[in-house]
Design a protein around this ligand. Structure first.
Ligand code: FES
Ligand code: FES
Length: 175
């Protein structure tokens, strides 16, 4: 069975040792997904599989037989940026940009986890119906995506802008 990458059907590699990251970058030439550590520690290679985030360097392509992969190339709607892409621009959420595709894919998957009520290590009330995505929750949930440029403050602001609870400062201004 093929896999689907950004809406297009793609044959699986004959070699079962090919990682999903190598399939995307080397064979499909989708170079938006980045190779960083190649051992699951940096998050640069994060993509979405049926809406869930994974690190593609640790995944074998053949595992995803019949599944739908979304990379950073598939996030925008044509020429219209995804709201999170636009927020990264607005909040200076990048410097060199190397970690950015992984940050954005990861954040989209992370927001879906929050929406489903999946608690994190810092969630105070494990029985709560809804989880508020505040800075602590966000930092914990995005801790697998590193930024060597140190753009984390802008990254956090961008993600909170799209998915977060109203910030205290904003509430004071609005009050
Ligand atoms: S390259 Fe996959 S986690 Fe670093
Ligand atoms: S913007 Fe350079 S590594 Fe994050």
């Amino acid at each position: 069975m093929p896999i689907t990458v950004n809406g297009s059907s793609v044959p699986l590699p004959d070699d079962p040792r090919v990682s999903l990251l190598d399939l995307l970058r080397e064979r499909l030439h989708l170079s938006g997904t980045k190779l960083g550590c190649n051992q699951g520690a940096c998050g640069a290679c994060t993509v979405l599989v049926d809406g869930e985030r994974i690190v593609s360097c640790l995944a074998l392509a053949v595992q995803y037989d019949g599944r739908a992969i979304t990379t950073i190339e598939g996030i925008a709607d044509g020429d219209t940026l995804h709201p999170l892409q636009a927020a990264f621009v607005e909040h200076d959420g990048f410097q060199c940009g190397y970690c950015t595709p992984g940050q954005i894919c990861s954040a989209i998957g992370m927001a879906a986890e929050v929406e489903r009520g999946m608690p994190s290590h810092v969630t105070a009330d494990l029985g709560a119906d809804t989880i508020t995505l505040d800075r602590d929750e966000l930092r914990e949930r995005m801790s697998g995506n590193l930024c060597r440029c140190g753009a984390h403050n802008g990254i956090v602001d961008a993600i909170l802008d799209v998915y977060g609870a109203p910030r205290a400062a904003d509430r004071e201004v609005a009050a």
